[in-house]
Design a protein around this ligand. Structure first.
Ligand SMILES: Nc1ncnc2c1ncn2[C@@H]1O[C@H](COP(=O)(O)OP(=O)(O)OP(=O)(O)O)[C@@H](O)[C@H]1O
Ligand SMILES: [Mg+2]
Length: 235
């Protein structure tokens, strides 16, 4: 099977400082992969390169075998905070992404009836749903998410994780998700990639879908991941 999304970074520097070196990430269509690692190890840098926003690196990003040269409609990017325009309604914020099916998108993220609502009238979780809908508005095949749920409470977070899984299945999305939450990584992803100072290490998540929260199947992977993160001084 050929890869849908292929990120190779030989080297990324900020000034003299080497941030990323010899990174190779391959995602097949429909896969969900989480990226974890200590604060400052380069996860956001990697995601920005993968999105096409940062082209100042040595390497290449391929979508369906074709190099991407800059931001691309088929690659969506969602950040930690919603970054909505405060003067635009939920529907207008989604439309700003360029797509036409705002009502459908609002429904997909569980916000039917909220189209005319302004951002300050939304809860944090609702605002992040709008951000997810906006990220989907260009009909991306690949969705990149940088700690998308870290600013909401634990219950909203689990709800949003399930929204993401539902939308991903319905739209056959391929997802690369940065998170610090190991349970989130293990609930959502097929593989967890640990980014460390010596490159990447990949862990397959053995649990079948749909997954049950609190299940013990992934416990051994969780133990290993936590031990690796602690060894790399992530916490
Ligand atoms: N514009 C920049 N100029 C110089 N250095 C930068 C710049 N952006 C990031 N860095 C450095 O690159 C390194 C990686 O940053 P990055 O934001 O990718 O880390 P991260 O893994 O996403 O961290 P966190 O988990 O805290 O979000 C950090 O050491 C940071 O100081
Ligand atoms: Mg980051």
């Amino acid at each position: 099977m050929t890869a849908l999304f292929d990120v190779s970074i030989a080297s990324k520097q900020h000034g003299e400082r080497q941030i990323l070196r010899d990174i190779q990430l391959t995602l097949h269509a429909g896969e969900i992969v989480s990226l974890v690692g200590a604060s400052g190890c380069g996860k956001s840098t990697l995601l920005t390169i993968a999105s096409g926003l940062d082209t100042a690196y040595r390497g290449r990003v391929l979508l369906d075998g074709v190099p991407i040269q800059g931001p691309h409609d088929e690659i969506g990017l969602i950040f930690q905070e919603p970054r909505l325009f405060p003067w635009l309604t939920a529907a207008q914020n989604i439309a700003f992404g360029g797509g036409a099916d705002q009502q459908q998108l609002l429904g997909d993220v569980g916000l039917n009836g909220f189209g005319d609502t302004l951002p300050h009238q939304l809860s944090g979780g609702q605002a992040q749903r709008v951000a997810i809908a906006r990220g989907l508005s260009t009909r991306p095949r690949v969705l990149l998410l940088d700690e998308p749920f870290s600013s909401v409470d634990a219950f909203t977070r689990m709800q949003l994780q399930d929204v993401l899984l539902r939308v991903a299945a319905a739209r056959r999305l391929t997802i690369l998700l940065v998170t610090h939450d190991i349970d989130e990584a293990l609930h959502l992803s097929d593989r967890v990639v640990l980014l460390g100072s010596n490159g990447t290490e990949t862990f397959d998540v053995p649990a079948p879908r749909p997954r049950i929260r609190g299940d013990s199947i992934s416990a051994p992977v969780k133990r290993t991941l936590l031990a690796r993160l602690q060894a790399s001084h992530a916490f």
